[in-house]
Write a protein that binds this ligand. Structure first.
Ligand SMILES: Cc1ncc(C[n+]2csc(CCOP(=O)(O)OP(=O)(O)O)c2C)c(N)n1
Length: 284
């Protein structure tokens, strides 16, 4: 699918529905991570609605592209995108974190078709994605692998082992996205353990590095296209994002890393998102 005018308008409008369903699920669980789900949403939507080759009705299709959410705590955003893409009914979303639900607080590949890897212990998903990309090369398969990591997560040592490995194996079928929202669990990344200059570090490790606005659909789509066209080395996308994106009282606030909105807060967030969506509809 190409990003023409109507496709772009659809992405922009759906972004509000996704953010609302995501927050609704977290509120129904009364547990979860609003900030890092909202920062990742536009990247995830672009992957599943524009970039990746996949079949929601056939989740184990051998040729599907793979996606690993290494920052596993943001899985409500992925569940929401998967539901809207047709993997399962949206009615399941409010069962998030409930006993017996396949939608647990961290992704479990044995519980839900569409989830490619069980993650949540930060640092591990990047390496899992490298394994998938390497296997694809060795087997002569055509699928691509995408991984999303967090900036706080990037303080894990395993991230840097992975960063060294992928270029060594020439994994041009691998694209890693950093959701660079500048905030981790209890403070700003710069204050706790500065990871900058991140793009320069990855370039020094021999990655093809792109820096984009992670809420700008044409930029996101362009980066994925460039990653696909790049041969001989893996691509690392530094996506500049805003934690809590779309809800003014959550944006850039550490306090909204891992706290569910109460009834009133959810209503305020939904009202704001619906009002913004109406403006986008008018402009279209
Ligand atoms: C190994 C490990 N240590 C600690 C945690 C608890 N934890 C969950 S989210 C989080 C902060 C992650 O920050 P970041 O990667 O910036 O995520 P984002 O801001 O995108 O939500 C931490 C420490 C964990 N899941 N795994």
């Amino acid at each position: 699918m190409t990003l023409d005018g109507p496709a772009l308008a659809t992405l922009r409008r759906r972004a509000f529905d996704l953010r609302i369903d995501n927050l609704d699920a977290i509120a129904s669980a009364q547990s979860g991570h609003p900030g890092g789900t909202l920062s990742a949403m536009d990247l995830l939507q672009t992957l599943y609605f524009l970039e990746m080759r996949h079949r929601p009705a056939e989740p184990h299709w051998a040729e599907r592209d793979r996606f690993v959410l290494s920052k596993g705590h943001a899985v409500p955003a992925l569940y929401t995108v998967l539901a809207h893409a047709g993997y399962f009914s949206r009615d399941l979303l409010p069962t998030l974190r409930h006993l017996g639900s396949p939608l647990q607080g961290h992704p479990a590949d044995f519980l839900l078709p569409g989830i490619e890897a069980s993650t949540g212990s930060l640092g591990q998903g990047f390496s899992i994605g490298i394994g998938m990309a390497l296997a694809s090369k060795l087997d002569g398969d055509k699928f691509r692998t995408y991984v999303m990591i967090g900036d706080g997560e990037s303080q894990e040592g395993q991230i840097w082992e992975a960063a060294m490995s992928a270029p060594k194996f020439g994994l041009d079928n691998l694209c890693v996205i950093l959701d660079h929202n500048k905030i981790q669990l209890d403070g700003s990344v710069v204050d706790i353990m500065n990871i900058e200059p991140f793009a320069d570090k990855m370039r020094a490790f021999n990655w093809n590095v792109l820096t984009i606005d992670g809420h700008d659909y044409p930029q996101i789509a362009g980066a994925f296209a460039e990653a696909r066209a790049t041969k001989g080395k893996p691509t690392f996308i530094v996506a500049q994002t805003i934690k809590g994106k779309g809800v003014s009282f959550m944006e850039g606030k550490v306090a909204w890393h891992g706290v569910a909105p109460n009834k009133e807060q959810l209503a305020a967030a939904v009202a704001e998102l619906r009002a913004a969506q109406a403006l986008v509809k008018e402009a279209a």
